[in-house]
Design a protein around this ligand. Structure first.
Ligand code: ZN
Ligand code: ZN
Length: 164
């Protein structure tokens, strides 16, 4: 699916402006720069990655406190969602994004995404009582193909060494 990234970036800016106005927060250039950086990223990121990106790529110095603070505003404005992948907190943009699920490697921490329409259908038609669901995501834990290959290689080496 092709999405026009430029118009998404404009739309989220408007939504954020509304949100800031409604809740009496200041519309600082730092906050908009953070939002725009997040919406130019693909996939997941943690605060440190974002901090480095803001510093290097965007050449926009913001403190970690400002980052945390802005992330909380973006979470409340439903423009970003937070994930807990094992021990690491990661974030991703969520406006105009397809529902997707996550495969998390317990060995290297790599996270990949997948989409499954059947799953989506089942979950969205599951009766959950009086509960207004805003979003959901499935986390599957296991060993990624890269780690599996590395593990097999290690095992083979061990076997060969023990034969000598
Ligand atoms: Zn792995
Ligand atoms: Zn994701």
């Amino acid at each position: 699916m092709m999405i026009d990234n430029q118009s998404v970036r404009e739309e989220v800016k408007q939504i954020f402006t509304e949100y800031l106005k409604k809740h009496g927060h200041r519309k600082t250039p730092e906050r908009y720069a953070i939002l725009d950086t997040i919406y130019s990223l693909d996939g997941h990121f943690d605060i440190e990655t974002l901090y480095t990106l803001m510093e290097e790529k965007e050449n926009f110095r913001v403190s970690r406190a400002t980052l945390y603070n802005t992330i909380i505003l973006l979470l409340n404005a439903n423009l970003v969602i937070k994930h807990q992948f094992g021990t690491s907190s990661q974030y991703e943009k969520c406006y105009n994004r397809e529902t997707h699920h996550h495969l998390i490697c317990t060995q290297c921490g790599r996270v990949s995404e997948f989409v499954n329409e059947e799953l989506q259908h089942v979950i969205e038609h599951t009766r959950v009582g009086r509960f207004n669901m805003s979003h959901y995501s499935l986390y599957m834990y296991g060993i990624c193909s890269r780690c599996e290959r590395a593990n097999k290689r290690k095992m083979t080496n061990k076997l060969q060494n023990s034969k000598k």
